[in-house]
Design a protein around this ligand. Structure first.
Ligand code: AMP
Ligand code: FE
Ligand code: FE
Ligand code: ZN
Length: 295
């Protein structure tokens, strides 16, 4: 069983449509794939329909932009009902925040002398994303020849502290863990120690999140060194958290994140799905028929 629980389609900042992504996952020999676009369930129906065709299992998920005391944290949510009012409202606020940031980002880049227009961003977009984010601006900078790839765009212009950075709305992490559970889903912190030298999510903070209902942490991720993975595995073990491993695949948008480059152990996946089933029973939320077969 090969299980990859974190992938992006062009409904967010990946470069493959959901159907193409699911076909690629089957070709890569995956048995289970979670679709986890940023802050949206818009790709679920297409992905689940294609999964049935090609004979793999798709777990509907999303990667929610949250923050804890001002520190950004990506929260993976699996199988929540996206129609739950509090969840729907938070996702709408995050997507709106990202769209509102786009003109401000373009203005900042122009003020720095970069020749770029909103139309360049629209032209650089592959599919129909639920919102336009920094990766789409990065693609426009690449198309304009300002930078060579997305990574350089972030390093030079778009990351926090760089000249094109604009802050945007993110949901409160602890609140969101509860909201997802109320919506019948389970949560896993994505790449908790990725892209940072001094991890903000210490063992103590992760313990508090577990207390708030967090189900797991993503340990095996390309942004984590072998040392980091060992330490995080220990923390998860101490707290009884589910340990996941995933590619965080973004199609051509992210080098070195091929489908299945990290995977989740079947026993850990079972634990995660049991937690989701328990949340669903506890909330009494009706199971969405179109996704019922994934339970
Ligand atoms: P946004 O949601 O608009 O704030 O953009 C954040 C997204 O940009 C993340 O989810 C990543 O997919 C992508 N990203 C962040 N940092 C980098 C980087 N250094 N290189 C490439 N992609 C990045
Ligand atoms: Fe992304
Ligand atoms: Fe992420
Ligand atoms: Zn991701």
């Amino acid at each position: 069983m090969r299980i990859d629980l974190h992938t992006h389609s062009d409904v967010s900042d990946g470069t493959q449509p959901p159907a193409g992504l699911v076909r690629a996952a089957a070709d890569a020999g995956l048995d289970v794939m979670a679709l986890t676009d940023h802050d949206t369930a818009a790709g679920w129906a297409e992905a689940v329909a294609t999964a049935a065709e090609v004979g793999i299992r798709v777990v509907p998920g999303m990667e929610i932009s949250t923050e804890l005391d001002g520190h950004g944290v990506h929260l993976l949510a699996y199988l929540p009902d996206p129609r739950h009012p509090a969840l729907a409202a938070e996702l709408a606020a995050v997507l709106e925040g990202r769209n509102a940031r786009l003109p401000a980002t373009i203005a900042k880049l122009q003020a720095e002398g970069v020749e770029i227009e909103i139309d360049d961003v629209l032209a650089a977009v592959a599919g129909v994303p639920a919102a336009l984010g920094r990766p789409h601006v990065a693609d426009a900078l690449v198309a304009r020849g300002v930078v060579a790839d997305r990574s350089e765009a972030f390093d030079r212009w778009l990351s926090a502290g760089r000249p094109g950075y604009v802050r945007r709305y993110a949901a409160d992490l602890t609140t969101m863990i509860g909201v997802v559970r109320d919506a019948g889903g389970v949560t896993v912190v994505a790449h908790p120690w990725g892209r940072t030298r001094t991890p903000y999510l210490t063992a103590e903070r992760i313990a508090a999140l577990a207390e708030a209902g967090l189900a797991g942490i993503e340990v095996d991720h390309e942004d984590h060194t072998p040392d980091v993975r060992r330490t995080l595995r220990g923390i998860a073990g101490d707290l009884g958290l589910v340990i996941t491993g995933s590619s965080d695949h973004h199609g051509a948008g992210k080098e070195g994140h091929g489908l299945g480059c990290n995977t989740t152990a079947p026993t850990e996946f079972e634990r995660l799905m049991e937690r989701a089933a328990a949340a669903r029973r506890a909330t009494g939320r009706p199971v969405q028929e179109e996704y019922a077969w994934t339970l």
